[in-house]
Design a protein around this ligand. Structure first.
Ligand SMILES: Cc1ncc(COP(=O)(O)O)c(C=O)c1O
Length: 330
């Protein structure tokens, strides 16, 4: 079959491939543990599930505004300010169909043919393909175990060329669990500002940090907004992977462009999932420390026993998704 050059540039997400293979084996009755996706061991907290049931009963089952219902956009900004010290306005926020979709949208509207995007390695497997699909070129810079897999501003600065459009960081990192300390993050921001490069900060694992680290956002830094794109997700923090709700916080013009793209692709994220996410943002976060304690070695011991870099400064849920022999991650 003749497919576009565009689609032939990328491979299927290895995590999706592993999920599909695990389903196939389970259907054949094979008893397997699927370590493919970064999947919380926990069900979605009850108060969030109940909000979704209420949403169905109250007939919130229709189209919503493309960028998400206003109460959710407001609640995301309020939550992000309270938890991570930012100051976004709802017009600087868009709700997407999961964090991966948020990244896809932002890269699609900013990266064009020949643009370079710096991605520290080891990296989450979807970043390079999303960049390639947009026509960009992933440029990998190394992080080292002896630095706790934390990328340095000096390393990023050296990799920047006239073609660099964006730097993508995830901290805590999937797959290493490495955390970029706030002072280094600020140095990276300063480099991005100086060289006029976007800094995409993937915060999907923001709350999966262990002492001495704390949840941190570069958006808490004054004057950061014009160069920073924040990617967030309900998936890991609230054990909501299947609900598919993520968000982007960025300058208004960028948000408007992603809403335009979304309006011609997914339309709005699912109305019912948006109401569940609203409860996640407004309700209790008591489940988060419980999950963290389990991942640190309680009933979730399988995760830590398998951790690839147990000495890394932050062990994260992300790290759990990397070491299955089935998983083709880098
Ligand atoms: C680093 C990282 N960013 C983003 C995502 C996207 O998560 P979701 O699309 O479920 O919000 C994942 C999922 O595993 C991830 O590991």
């Amino acid at each position: 079959m003749q497919l576009t050059e565009r689609i032939n540039r990328i491979q299927i997400s290895p995590t999706s491939a592993v999920i599909a293979e695990a389903e196939r084996l389970k259907a054949k009755g094979v008893d397997i543990a699927d370590f493919g996706p970064g999947e919380p061991d926990f069900p979605t907290p009850d108060h969030i599930k109940k909000a979704a049931v209420r949403a169905i009963e109250q007939n919130y089952t229709k189209y919503t505004p493309t960028g998400g219902i206003m109460p959710l956009r407001e609640a995301i900004c309020t939550w992000h300010k309270r938890e991570l010290g930012s100051s976004y306005d709802p017009k600087e926020c868009v709700v997407n169909v999961g964090g991966k979709h948020s990244i896809f949208n932002a890269v699609s509207v900013l990266v064009q043919q020949g643009d370079e995007v710096i991605i520290p390695a080891p990296y989450w497997v979807s970043y390079p393909d999303i960049v390639k699909y947009a026509g960009g070129k992933p440029v990998h810079v190394e992080t080292r175990p002896e630095d706790g897999f934390s990328v340095k501003a000096s390393v990023i600065e050296k990799a920047i060329t006239a073609k660099t459009r964006m730097v993508i960081l995830s901290s805590p990192n999937n797959p290493t669990g490495g955390v970029v300390p706030p002072d280094e993050y600020e140095r990276i921001l300063a480099v991005c500002k100086k060289r006029n490069v976007w800094l995409m900060s993937d915060e999907c694992y923001s709350h999966f940090t262990y002492e001495p680290h704390k949840p941190y956002s570069i958006a808490s830094v004054a004057e950061s907004k014009q160069h920073v794109i924040i990617i967030g997700s309900m998936s890991k923090t609230f054990a909501m992977t299947g609900w598919r709700i993520g968000y982007t916080l960025a300058p208004e013009a960028l948000i408007q462009a992603t809403v335009k793209l979304q309006s011609q692709s997914t339309s709005n994220p699912t109305s019912i999932a948006q109401h569940a996410a609203l409860e996640a943002m407004r309700g209790s976060m008591d489940s988060v420390p419980v999950m963290l304690a389990e991942y640190a070695g309680g009933a979730g011991a399988s995760s830590t026993a398998c951790a690839p870099f147990p000495e890394s400064p932050a062990r994260t849920l992300a790290a759990r998704s990397t070491r299955s022999p089935m998983s083709p991650r880098t």
